[in-house]
Design a protein around this ligand. Sequence first.
Ligand SMILES: Cc1cc2nc3c(=O)[nH]c(=O)nc-3n(C[C@H](O)[C@H](O)[C@H](O)COP(=O)(O)O)c2cc1C
Length: 372
Amino acid sequence: MSNYPHLFAPLDLPGLSLANRITMAPLYLGYARANGLVNRRLKEHYQEAGASGAGMIMVESASVHPRGAGTPYTLRADHDEFIEGLAELASLIQAGGAKAGLQINHAGRFAHHGGVPLAPSEVPAGGLDPMPMSRRQIHEVAEFFQEAAWRVQKAGFDLVELHGGTGYLLSEFLSPHTNRREDQYGGSLENRLRFPLEVIAAVRHAVGPDYPIGYRFLADEWLPQGFQLEEAVIAAPRLAAAGLSYLSVMGGTYESFFLPERVAQEKEPGYMLSLAEAIKKAVDIPVIAAGRIQQPALAEKALAEGQTDLIGLARVLLADPQWPIKAREGREAEIVPCEPSCNLCFKRVGKGLPIFCSQWPKDKREHFATRD
Ligand SMILES: Cc1cc2nc3c(=O)[nH]c(=O)nc-3n(C[C@H](O)[C@H](O)[C@H](O)COP(=O)(O)O)c2cc1C
């Protein structure tokens, strides 16, 4: 019997049985080839993740369109040629005993490298003025999500997750800060929900009634004029009712991550648990909480107190891919922690470099510092 009965309790969702409550939260690595193809480093990384003892591994965001990627090294799911490599990732993860998911995304106004980025409205990001999307482009992008989700299913993943976080396109439509449209896709919360709901419906159409669809949900942009928790608790049940298996809750965008108060908050253990808790109260589907859930005891407490249904580990699992096994075996003292003041992984993303963790042994750091 583990010291953490809630953490190691299974969870049965429609179409998805998880062995425990530990999930790998998606974490962009920058390993993919510049054309978005799966390569050796990605396979090594996700094979290790699949064998970590986590119940579910969510593979980092893959673009639904060549011009919807945040960087050139983003995985892609926008063409059938990518299915083969993605299928290898899915089976490597499943071979380790975990359920495998792939997150799909359009980076919206942060899709910098493919020309003028698309967005709901012309609110600049990173010095570029994005192009407000026409009604036709809105429908096209929903179709890109639909086709990408079909490829995820075809590749053998157990589920697909829609990236509605980090200030990317889906969240840009929900946000009164980035969505200044005056048509039926902007203005009221009802109108701002229209595009995400259309995308969920399109994806559902592609994958059939029983295939699990998860949603990364930006519950608070942490910006004065942004989408905030007050609206998020109204939006969340609307999204859930469209047929989601869970909401994976997060806060912040590239416009708020670097604000001094957020940099300080981000160092605190469980800093997004309160967001997950608020969303959990508003919906009747499971939620995932992430954000420096470093100690198994903190994860256990959050589950036992009903703040969340599942735990998401991103940097925490990157630092120690044996976290779940060590927690289960009572070897928590051996867990290698993610160092709060480090954020080397995030900094390397900003520089366009493949990431590694400062806590890894030297040979592993050197191996993953170069693309193959
Ligand atoms: C380098 C890096 C890359 C990330 N990439 C993604 C991503 O592709 N999709 C996503 O939804 N979240 C992404 N995140 C957010 C994480 O999933 C997670 O919510 C956050 O890092 C907090 O969890 P942690 O403290 O365990 O890292 C990323 C975070 C980091 C630091």
